[in-house]
Design a protein around this ligand. Structure first.
Ligand SMILES: Nc1nc2c(c(=O)[nH]1)N[C@H]1C(S)=C(S)[C@@H](COP(=O)(O)O)O[C@H]1N2
Ligand SMILES: [Mo]
Length: 382
């Protein structure tokens, strides 16, 4: 299917949801009442930024992103099959997966389309603003242990992952893959716990892949099938979706398939969680500017704050809690010099020296929005 047909299918699905919505009169999704609903079916839910106030995002506040909808996976006789270029194909029961050494990793997961709503000109797809991101501690078995048990053959170059959600109408099955090196990395796991409890159904119960530092679509939920391959998987969600142009492109221009490469790691980014956009403050009293910054596989080196449109910057303090693939809290007390309307900006730099841009590159699918963040504050005389 072409990208265009895919988006027409998405558009038709959205129109259908609009048409039937009044009949359901549904406003929230159970267990996720505080989230912004971008779509009911499939469930696409965004966290309001002011609710991010802890290093670990609680499960009930964690964003949800589905292409096809949650499949209903409460059954206890789950099987995880490993096939393809392996010397002994496996079918693991949940107990078998739990018997491998436990591995935990704290990961900031972010949808590649987070911030899509800010691209100009607009790009088709879910109009995520700032909250398709969250941090959780995931526990499970190392993917490498599972693959080694099956005996990966030397021709293997990619490993593919298929969850229990199946293609529907014109949307193809959601199958993703990883190059062998990332698949065998000791931090890549098949998780069965999210923040100390069995993974909730909307987040992939009973098993999901966790690919630390890479855009969220690699972390396949309801994981059922793994296959070792000698080439990239040829399905829509590998060959067409989640690709980014290798050069800057003009909006509307056709981009050749050979000029599109798969997305991998997340980019450097920051998010101001307080004050809220359009908040009020008073002169003379200080305001705590706080938020989170992350950089995929890299760690944050510093975050700077500006209240004068980026002419001057002040370094923020970084929070104590941080791990290799997790965000880091930042904060800085600001005293506004005079009454007036201010834009407060945050700009993160990572340890490789990557810095957030003023203007992220426009791209056809609206991925990797990471502009310097900003909120507006109205300061009144005390
Ligand atoms: N099986 C399956 N896995 C999936 C998806 C999906 O639609 N089906 N969506 C992916 C995308 S695009 C993202 S951003 C993350 C979101 O994970 P979350 O819903 O737990 O936040 O799951 C990924 N895993
Ligand atoms: Mo995503």
């Amino acid at each position: 299917m072409t990208t265009r047909r895919y988006f027409i299918a998405l558009g038709a699905a959205a129109a259908f949801v609009k048409a039937v919505k009044p009949a359901f009169a549904q406003k929230t999704i159970a267990g996720k009442e505080k989230l912004i609903v971008r779509s009911f079916h499939p469930e696409d839910l965004e966290t309001p930024v002011e609710l991010f106030n802890s290093f670990i995002t609680p499960n009930d506040l964690f964003y949800v992103r589905h292409h096809l909808g949650a499949p209903g996976t409460e059954s206890t006789n789950w099987k995880l099959d490993v096939s393809g270029l392996v010397s002994s194909p496996q079918s693991f029961a949940l107990e078998d997966v739990r018997r491998f050494p436990r591995a935990s990793v704290t990961v900031t997961l972010e949808c590649a389309g987070n911030g899509r709503a800010f691209f100009d000109p607009a790009v088709a797809g879910i109009q995520w603003e700032k909250g398709a991101v969250g941090t959780a501690r995931w526990t499970g078995a190392r993917l490498a242990d599972i693959l080694n048990k099956a005996g990966i053959k030397s021709e293997t170059k990619y490993v593919s992952f298929d969850g229990a959600d199946k293609g529907f109408a014109k949307i193809p099955d959601f199958i993703r893959n990883l190059p062998l090196s990332k698949a065998m990395h000791p931090d890549t796991i098949i998780a069965y716990e999210m923040n100390g409890v069995p993974i909730p159904p909307l987040h992939g119960f009973p098993l999901r892949l966790i690919v630390p530092g890479w855009e969220g679509a690699y972390s396949v939920k309801w994981l059922e099938k793994i296959a070792a391959l000698d080439a990239e998987h040829d399905g829509f969600f590998v060959k067409t979706a989640y690709r980014y142009p290798t050069r800057r492109v003009m909006p509307g221009a056709t981009v050749d398939a050979k000029d599109m490469a798969p997305l991998t790691g997340l980019v450097v980014k920051s998010l101001i969680t307080s004050p809220k956009d359009k908040a009020s403050a008073r002169t003379g009293t200080s305001v705590l500017v706080t938020g989170f910054a992350w950089a995929g596989e890299d760690e944050i080196a510093k975050v700077d704050i500006s209240v004068d449109g980026g002419s001057t910057w002040m370094e923020a303090a970084l929070g104590r809690e941080h791990e290799r693939y997790s965000w880091r809290q930042f904060s800085r007390e600001i005293k506004f010099p005079a009454a007036g309307y201010y834009t407060v900006m945050s700009r993160a730099t990572d340890q490789k020296g990557r810095m957030q841009p003023i203007e992220p590159a426009w791209n056809p699918s609206g991925y990797l929005w990471n502009a310097i963040d900003k909120v507006r504050v109205n300061v009144e005389a005390a």
